[in-house]
Design a protein. Structure first.
Ligand code: PMV
Length: 314
């Protein structure tokens, strides 16, 4: 039976998405913006099967999000049962956006396999239904996910202001509270959620203009603020959510020290304990050496900005 394969990179948001609109479609409540990570890759192969089967990193899995995604797709398109085999070359479900690269690779592979005829914007919309951040992994460069359509688009190519991302892995275990669950706690219970909604469009606009003007320092300031606002929502949710560990905090302090010394770097952290230090290329070796001192050589991955999701040899 013929197979089709696609690959996609996870992305990290510089302006975060945390909280959905209270209506169907898996729509973020605020505009958000990200870059993809070239060295981290999900490869997904789909082939026809007697019934749906999902294999993740070689293990058979049942995933309600994937099942829901396929069910929604089949309301619109004739998609026969599929064997889906997906491999990540990085820790899965540990705050490294494996669901973003996962759904971006999956829709890219299914679009070809089942001849759905979707263009990249429409694939982005479908990926968003699986995991909203996945909409952004369909594109390379600086990527925005904004109203009214909530399909991602490229704001600027990577060549406009190339960045590197030094990932410090502080704990490889799967997180105990998923992003979907965590952001719902925050929406319903954090006293700061309404302030987050009010500030979202301005934060997005400030980051877009910093990128437009190639102003790394302005991008650093607004990105760290967006990250810390999101983690403040998490901490003030009921039940409280705390994704950091002591090594995460040590890495944050080290990045702040580097920045105070004039090094062009800032940190961002998603729903997990890993820290991503985003820097101008010339700062990369200093940033990597500093983070290796904290988490160990093996736990640091240096990434460039990645390509868009695309087909590969099965
Ligand atoms: O798309 P989800 O459901 O995996 O949520 C992503 C949430 C964050 O990664 C924490 C922020 C973001 O914008 O990617």
């Amino acid at each position: 039976m013929s197979a089709t394969a696609a690959q996609a990179h996870p992305n990290i948001a510089l302006i975060k998405y945390w909280g959905k609109q209270d209506k169907p479609g898996n729509l973020p409540a605020t505009p958000n913006l990200s870059i993809t990570l070239a060295e981290l890759t999900t490869r997904t192969r789909v082939s026809s099967a007697g019934r749906d089967e999902l294999w993740l990193n070689g293990n058979r899995k049942e995933d309600p999000k994937v099942n829901g995604f396929l069910a929604a797709l089949r309301k619109k398109f004739a998609v026969e049962p599929l064997k889906i085999e997906s491999e990540n070359n990085f820790p899965t479900g540990a705050g490294l956006a494996s669901s973003a690269s996962g759904f971006a690779a999956l829709i890219t592979a299914i679009n070809e396999h089942a001849q759905l005829g979707l263009n990249r914007e429409l694939m982005s919309e479908w990926a968003r239904r699986g995991s909203a951040s996945a909409a952004r992994s369909l594109f390379s460069g600086y990527v925005a996910l904004v109203p009214p359509m909530w399909r991602a688009h490229q704001l600027a190519p990577a060549s406009h202001m190339p960045l590197n991302v030094v990932v410090a892995i502080t704990n490889r275990q799967t997180k105990s509270v998923s992003s979907t669950q965590g952001m719902e706690y925050s929406r319903l219970t954090s006293p700061y959620y309404s302030a987050w909604l009010r500030g979202g469009p301005d934060d997005f606009a400030a980051a877009s203009s910093a990128i437009n003007q190639r102003d790394f320092e302005a991008l650093a300031q607004i990105s760290e603020l967006s990250c810390l606002k999101m983690h403040s929502l998490m901490l003030t949710s009921n039940p409280t959510l705390s994704y950091w560990n002591p090594a995460t905090v040590a890495c944050m302090d080290a990045v702040r020290d580097l920045r105070n010394q004039g090094c062009a770097v800032f940190f961002t952290i998603d729903a997990g304990p890993q820290l991503k230090a985003v820097c101008l290329p010339e700062a990369t070796s200093q940033v990597a050496a500093t983070l290796k001192n904290i988490v160990g050589d093996e736990q640091v991955i240096v990434c460039g900005m990645g390509d868009a999701a695309g087909l590969i040899e099965p």
